[in-house]
Design a protein around this ligand. Sequence first.
Ligand SMILES: NC(=O)c1ccc[n+]([C@@H]2O[C@H](COP(=O)([O-])OP(=O)(O)OC[C@H]3O[C@@H](n4cnc5c(N)ncnc54)[C@H](O)[C@@H]3O)[C@@H](O)[C@H]2O)c1
Ligand SMILES: [Fe+2]
Length: 361
Amino acid sequence: MWAYSNPVRIEFGAGAAGKLGKIIGRRRWALVTYDMPVFRGIAASIQAEAGPPSVVIDNIVTNPDVRDLALSCRQFAAAPSKPEVIVALGGGSIIDAAKVVAAAQGDFARVMNALTGGAALDGSTFTPIIAVPSTAGTGSEVTSWATVWDQESGNKYSLAHGALYPEVAIVDPQLTLGAPQGLTLATGLDALSHALESIWNVSANPISSNHAVAAAREILDVLPKLMKDLGNAELRERQARAALMAGLAFSNTKTALAHNISYDITLHAGTVHGIACSFSLPTVMRWSLGRSAACDATLRRILGDDLTVGAERLTAFLEGLGVSTRPSSYGLSPADWRALVTKASQGERGRNFIGRHDLAD
Ligand SMILES: NC(=O)c1ccc[n+]([C@@H]2O[C@H](COP(=O)([O-])OP(=O)(O)OC[C@H]3O[C@@H](n4cnc5c(N)ncnc54)[C@H](O)[C@@H]3O)[C@@H](O)[C@H]2O)c1
Ligand SMILES: [Fe+2]
């Protein structure tokens, strides 16, 4: 038995961001975005149709941290009239920050208590979100969770609640046209990681796997071309569609071991999320082989009949894009790597993994 569901309405295509004003409608809205001229310009064009936002929250740069989020929530509370909808215009960090703001309702302690003490949150109080991604990678526009970072204490939390699914995802590939090479690579590989991690996953099902196959096959083809032709609108559109499909895949499974391995690397070495969660994919894939006939069959649809060769193909793909697949490249000694993998296997995402690592515990 299995089940699949995703309640997010998706508006996709070049120029789709133009629908934002109509989708906001007559509602009072809050804007969460980056403090960057290009995004301020897009926000100005929305205002022509939807009027000015009640509040603009633009203090998040990347990897939303508890300190910054506390300020974002205070800014939301200070809006002269309470926003009825939140527009999240930016990458995964912005969409995740918007989810925290939506759940906190002006009081970040409410979210922090849920993250650290397991206090229940009442989803009926959350402000609805319209997610407008500016990167093609995280899939946060179709998932019901947000990653919250605490750099100071070295912790990473996941805020998860069914009411955090955005009301609408407006995926306009044109918004990604200005993304520089490093960001395009990292976000593209994040999406590949979401697709593959939803396959070697205890919660994989035929629908999530179909989305994952479509996404991964496309990314393996498109990303190397896109790296050489960042201004190509057609390649941007294909990558945005693939990242969205990867999002739909892992929205029902969450991620697995490669993601759990990544968090400490990002916290301690500062490696960007998309690289930290993808360099180990060939290794994690090898640990998955032979564990589940369904998983092997799904991987064959992406990487060919011989999965040992397939794992080598994945290594060559990453290395060809300049991403080292060796833990030592991320400052990890063999002992560090063993300890990290052992710890990651025991974490929530690690327990989603169907395989078993073959390092000595
Ligand atoms: N909730 C989820 O399902 C989910 C899934 C994966 C990752 N994440 C989280 O998402 C975050 C990473 O998000 P991200 O990779 O999208 O990047 P990001 O949102 O952190 O953005 C990184 C930087 O890229 C710049 N940028 C973004 N879009 C741009 C554009 N179109 N043009 C020029 N510059 C642009 C911004 O200056 C920003 O500071 C991590 O914190 C990760 O944990 C969440
Ligand atoms: Fe990710």
